[in-house]
Structures are given as C-alpha cells and as structure tokens.
Design a protein around this ligand. Structure first.
Ligand SMILES: [Fe+2]
Ligand SMILES: [Fe+2]
Length: 365
C-alpha cells in the first residue's frame, strides 16, 4: 500500500513566532501582491436580502450544507510519498512560496467568513458563511499539512495577528471575493487538467486533490454571484467602473505573481503566459453570470500592458527596501510608471455583457 505516513525526520513543526523567521516574514509581508486579510461593515452586510434570488439561493445552500467534499481533504492511498529532498532547491523554494501564499489566501477567507457568521444575525448569510468557513478551514489545514512535510509549521493564530487587515465596504468584498473564488477555481482546474494529460509532471501529490477542491471554490463564487444579483444596483450604473477596476487589479496581480515563480511553472510544464491567458478566458466566461462587462483579453494591448507591468515589478524588486536617495527616486519613478500602465489597462475598452436571467452555472472546465 502506498499510504502516506508523515516522515518524522522531515516533520519539524516550527513556531513561527520564534524560529522560522523567513517563512514567518514571507507569510506576514505586506506587499501589494500578497493575499490580504479583509474586514468589512458587518452591520451593513447583515442587511443583505436574498429574497430576489430565493429559488437559486436555496438550491445552492442546500447543496453546500450537504457538504459533498466532506471526506475529500484527507490523505489516502492516492497520496504518493515523494522524496521532497530530491526537489531542485529553486523549485522547492518557489513551491513552498506557492503553498504559503495559498495557505494565507485560504485562511484569510476562513477568518473573514467566520467573522461574517459570528457578527451577523441574518440566517441566510450565517448558513452560507458557516459552510464557506468550514471549507476554507479544511483547505488551509490540508496545505498546512503539506508544509509540515517541508519542516514548516505556519502558526495560523500568529498570522491573523501579524497580517494587516484591509477594510472593504461590503460591495467591494463581493467583487473582490467573487473574483478570487472564481479565479481560484479557474487556476486549480487548469493545473488539474494539464496534469491529467501530463502525469509525469506532477511533482507533488497535492495537485491530485485540486478537482474537488476547486469545486468548493466554484460554489463559493456561485454564492457571491447571487449576493450581488440580489441587489442589481451593485451590477449597474457607476458600479460598473468598480467592477472593471477589480477585474484589472486581480488579473494584473495574478500575471505578475505567477511570473515570479518560473521554476514552479517549468516543473509543471506550463508556460506562464499561456496558463494565465487560459485562466483569464475561463474567468471571463464564468463572470458573465453576473458582471455587466468583461475585459477584452484578446486585444493585443492587454498582454502588452501586463508584460510592462511585470517588467516594472521585476525592476521594483531590485530596489525594494534599498536605502538612499537614488533608490528612492527609482522607486518613485517605477511606481509612477506602474500607475500609468494600470490606467492604460483600465481605460482599454471592455466588452459589454448582458447578464442572463439566472445565475446558475456548472463547473464544466
Ligand atoms: Fe478555498
Ligand atoms: Fe473559497
């Protein structure tokens, strides 16, 4: 039998508050590209009324309450016991970075949803956020177990205290979280499908868990689509400008972050730009269920701008944290250049979308 058993020699749970400073700092760092922790106006959120989308809402919630992935996030015989020490050091570093970033992102969702459940009195929302925090806690725990194999124990309690919280009004939470759930689905399913075709590239067993995993993210996104659709104002008028802003910010951030992990993608046999474009394509398709516009990713200008933003980010890494006037001036110049590029991305014409009668979508990718 090929059942995975934790390797005592490798597993050295470390308290982040003491020994593992590098990982601690990586997980707690506050660069713009890092996954963030969010907080919101819980009273206002509590007033959300889903009666306009009641039928779809009840069907979705019933399926979430039934907990289809209850037994999924456990190691079983499909978990190949691989030799982590044989991984190339650069790949190992990028993979650990990928796991820590994913863990932070899953855990930040868990904390936010749990808080939404705790602070609310709206039964519809409480049921939803209880299911969602349950799922995200499972996801975070599963990644945390994988990190332990690398001798890294991320102290999640410490993370919630050390991370900066960003305040977002409920509607911004809806836009940002909807996109992050759906893009999360698109990312996981694209990797999963790729590795189905190229199993020899699967350098770690966690990728085998991605299919059911991303179905959780998909249904989380479905819920946010309904929350937004329950108040059509959120998807029309001047809010279209906000939706476009979030689309640009999320797509550009993903492109830049992925390009910072060349070894990881090389090991998977994935071309970063092709992968990102596929993820954008899927996310665009899905988001037509509720957004009144999609970004025109086929316009050659789109990739051109993303490439420039990435080049600026690479240059920024060279001068980040460096002392002295020259470095400061360079940082200012680069920041200005990134604002100009982002504005160009934002002002590129988008494609209009007519929001369909119903929101429901099947994860068919
Ligand atoms: Fe998740
Ligand atoms: Fe999620």
């Amino acid at each position: 039998m090929n059942v995975h058993t934790p390797k005592p020699t490798n597993a050295k749970p470390i308290d982040l508050a003491s020994q593992n400073e590098t990982t601690q700092m990586a997980a707690a760092s506050k660069t713009v590209l890092d996954p963030r922790f969010y907080t919101t106006d819980f009273d206002k959120l509590d007033k959300t009324d889903v009666s306009g989308v009641r039928e779809e809402w009840d069907t979705l919630i019933a399926s979430m309450v039934s907990d289809p992935n209850k037994g999924h996030f456990k190691r079983n015989e499909a978990w190949d016991d691989i030799d982590l020490d044989s991984l190339d050091p650069a790949l190992r570093a990028e993979f650990v970075d990928f796991l820590v970033a994913s863990l932070t992102s899953e855990f930040s969702g868990c904390v936010l949803y749990k808080e939404m459940k705790r602070r609310g009195s709206n039964e519809d929302l409480k049921t939803l956020f209880s299911c969602m925090s349950r799922d995200e806690a499972r996801h975070a725990g599963f990644i945390n177990d994988s990190l332990k194999d690398f001798g890294i124990g991320v102290n999640l309690g410490f993370l919630t205290k050390a991370k900066k919280y960003t305040f977002f009004r409920p509607k911004f939470i809806f836009y940002a979280t909807y996109l992050s759930e759906k893009i999360g689905y698109a990312r996981y399913i694209t990797i999963f499908r790729h590795l189905e075709k190229h199993p020899e590239k699967r350098f770690h067993p966690i990728f085998k868990w991605f299919k059911e995993w991303c179905n959780d993210e998909f249904s989380h996104g479905e819920a946010f689509s309904l929350l937004m659709r329950s108040d059509p104002k959120l998807l029309s008028g001047h809010n279209k400008l906000w939706i476009k802003f979030f689309l640009c910010a999320v797509y550009a951030t993903m492109y830049v972050r992925d390009h910072a992990r060349p070894e990881f993608h090389k090991a998977l046999g994935i071309g970063i730009e092709d992968y990102d474009m596929r993820v954008f394509e899927i996310t665009n398709e899905i988001s037509k269920q509720c957004f009144p516009l999609v970004l025109d990713i086929d316009n050659p200008k789109f990739l051109k701008i993303l490439r420039k933003l990435n080049a600026i980010s690479v240059d920024m890494d060279q001068v980040r944290g460096k002392p002295g006037m020259v470095a400061r001036l360079k940082r200012g110049k680069l920041l200005g250049a990134s604002v100009v590029q982002f504005a160009q991305l934002y002002f590129m014409p988008s494609k209009k979308n007519v929001i369909p009668e119903t929101s429901h979508m099947v994860p068919s990718w």
